[in-house]
Design a protein around this ligand. Structure first.
Ligand code: AMP
Length: 206
């Protein structure tokens, strides 16, 4: 492979990071995206920014986020479609928090298919439920996120297990899942992700 090809491959990394709430996917996603110079597309961040700014979308989704429920698929998928159509996402992107169920996988497949594209790798951060709950409870104290109440945390983890975990088998069948042990220091986990992506020829991050 020539350097030029390697750069082209690098520039077109289309990634998804997935894991239960509290798995550290937000933090790791930012690290990976910065190293690859691609934008993070986080549906949770998009919703929270809209709530903060009091937009029409924000007003529509406030109660849903507070309860820890999922925003309707059509609405979420339309937002992701718009975001991925922007210029800065043409050279690749890292999705965080979308797709979150199989219906959203189909929406994403349809969108990427229209652009002759597909995901290059799915980074799955493996963290035991007890560890996720401990980390989320700590974040509730530190950041005061309104959906980090005990009830909403348990509800979100249930939704993850029932609705989001099944998408992993869909991507496993496509051979693009890298299962990463999400317990350890931030640097250790980033190094594991880096090694997995490097093995796919995507990039050595650190
Ligand atoms: P997150 O920051 O990814 O944990 O997302 C926070 C909240 O935003 C979730 O609990 C949902 O209410 C909503 N949300 C984020 N991504 C999605 C999605 N792909 N589908 C539906 N709802 C979502």
């Amino acid at each position: 492979m020539t350097l030029r090809q390697a750069q082209d491959d690098l520039a077109s990394a289309r990634l998804l990071i997935v894991g239960p709430q509290g798995s550290g996917k937000g933090t790791q996603g930012i690290r990976v995206a910065e190293a690859l110079n691609i934008p993070v597309v986080s549906t949770g961040d998009i919703f929270r920014a809209n709530i903060k700014e009091g937009t029409e979308l924000g007003q529509k989704v406030t109660a849903i986020l507070d309860a820890g429920d999922l925003v309707p698929d059509e609405l979420t998928s339309e937002i992701v479609r718009d975001r991925l159509s922007q210029d800065d996402a043409q050279g690749g992107f890292l999705l965080d928090g979308y797709p979150r169920n199989t219906a959203q996988v189909h929406h994403l497949d349809a969108f990427l298919g229209e652009h002759d594209a597909s995901l290059d790798a799915v980074i799955l951060l493996d963290v035991p439920r007890a560890e996720s709950i401990a980390r989320l409870s700590l974040r509730a104290v530190e950041q005061g996120r309104s959906d980090d109440t005990d009830e909403a945390i348990a509800h979100r983890l249930d939704i993850y297990e029932h609705e989001t975990a099944p998408i992993i088998s869909v991507y496993e069948e496509r051979g693009i899942v890298d299962r990463i042990d999400g317990v350890g220091s931030l640097d250790e986990i980033t190094a594991r992700i880096s090694a997995a992506l490097a093995a796919r020829g995507i990039a050595q991050l650190v």
